[in-house]
Design a protein around this ligand. Structure first.
Ligand code: ASP
Length: 372
């Protein structure tokens, strides 16, 4: 399954990289104070070390290689997540991501450049395989942070991004039709019943092996710091599987799906977006880094805040704890990192790449699953 950026993506990425390189000296005082203080590292969700490009490299490997060769950190991270976005077999991100309840693939992404104190995002964009590139273009070419829906697509078209009629693949369409068959959303179900039926159908499809377990909640977040202490991050997703059309999750929202403070570090998320939005946990985690906490302790505090803010009965398990998963991937400006998860699990892993190479590392869990 060799995959590569198409030429247009490459040209757009390359042009952006050249533009950023030209403005590097303007990063300012805060970033300069971190110079030469970091051990370079890139962290990402587990799919950051699964999908591969034509050279057999994964997201974290590409990002680490580019970043340590002197490329801008954010350009390196975006080039990394492009591999996952363009992978037709990753059904949680970009091209071939699982569509919304009407069968349309709508994508969310945001990115943040720590030294520049700049960010860009897109929500519910259709027709563009790699929304992280459009998020970066919003950062580079506008005075705004977030463009959504048709406006985001028109912006992308005007910049020369290819707009496709349908981002479904055979795999995402097959899963959608199976879900549709099981839920019959148009007939007789109340909105509440429809949500429950949709979730139950999806979980049953996981149990039956139709959807890989670690793909039901998808998304990639990827954060990195280079030897100069430049910290950046990017998050990109097709969002909740079979969501209500127009639903935007946490991924493109600063402070939720991603937050970067160029002086202290970065945090980003995968998992139940609504829970993360209610707590703005990525912002909270980076604030905790600013107060001097380690990445792991800062991440655990973010998870505890989500736990405290989860009070609706329908979202709780029999032990009164959140009945959903949410993960955070965290780096500080020294190159220390952590991956934390609401629940400890044998299979929960995140991707890390350092000078020693790339690996999948167990996530630290806040809670044990009931009966575990
Ligand atoms: N956080 C994403 C969202 O809520 C989904 C995920 O990571 O699974 O859209």
């Amino acid at each position: 399954m060799a995959k590569q950026l198409n030429r247009r993506d490459f040209v757009l990425t390359g042009a952006a990289a050249a533009g950023l390189a030209a403005t590097r000296p303007a990063f300012g005082r805060a970033a300069a104070s971190q110079m030469s203080s970091a051990r370079p590292v890139v962290v990402a969700s587990g799919n950051g070390h699964r999908s591969r490009n034509a050279n057999n490299e994964t997201c974290v490997e590409v990002a680490f290689r580019m970043m340590t060769s002197g490329e801008d950190v954010l350009d390196s991270l975006v080039a990394g997540v492009n591999i996952v976005e363009l992978d037709p077999e990753d059904a949680s991100v970009g091209y071939g991501g699982r569509p919304n309840a009407d069968g349309v693939v709508q994508l969310d992404s945001c990115c943040m450049h720590g030294p520049k104190r700049q960010a860009g995002g897109v929500g519910a964009i259709e027709g563009v395989r790699a929304p992280s590139l459009v998020a970066k273009a919003v950062m580079d070419h506008t005075d705004h942070h977030l463009l959504v829906g048709d406006g985001a697509q028109a912006f992308a078209r005007n910049l020369g991004f290819e707009i496709e009629a349908d981002l479904n693949t055979e795999n995402s369409r097959r899963q959608y039709l199976e879900w549709k068959r099981r839920t019959d959303p148009g007939h007789y179900l109340t909105p509440e019943e429809r949500i429950q039926a949709g979730l139950q159908a999806g979980l049953a499809m996981v149990a039956e092996g139709i959807i890989p377990e670690d793909e039901f909640w998808g998304t990639i977040n990827c954060n990195g710091v280079n030897a100069q202490g430049d910290v950046c991050g990017v998050t990109t997703t097709s969002g909740l599987s079979w969501k209500i059309p127009g639903r935007v999750g946490d991924s493109p929202i600063l402070g939720a799906g991603l937050y970067v403070d160029g002086t202290y570090g970065a945090a980003g998320s995968t998992g139940r977006g609504e829970a993360n939005l209610y707590s703005l946990a990525s912002f909270l985690i980076v604030e905790n880094l600013r107060r001097g906490m380690s990445p792991k302790d800062a991440g655990m505090e973010g998870l505890k805040r989500i736990q405290e803010n989860t009070v609706e009965q329908r979202l709780l398990n029999e032990e009164g704890n959140p009945a959903f998963g949410v993960n955070f991937y965290i780096i500080n400006a020294k190159g220390e990192y952590a991956g934390v998860s609401m629940y400890a699990s044998e299979r929960g892993r995140f991707a890390v790449c350092t000078e020693n190479g790339a690996e999948l590392v167990p996530l630290d869990g806040l809670l044990q699953r009931p009966n575990a």
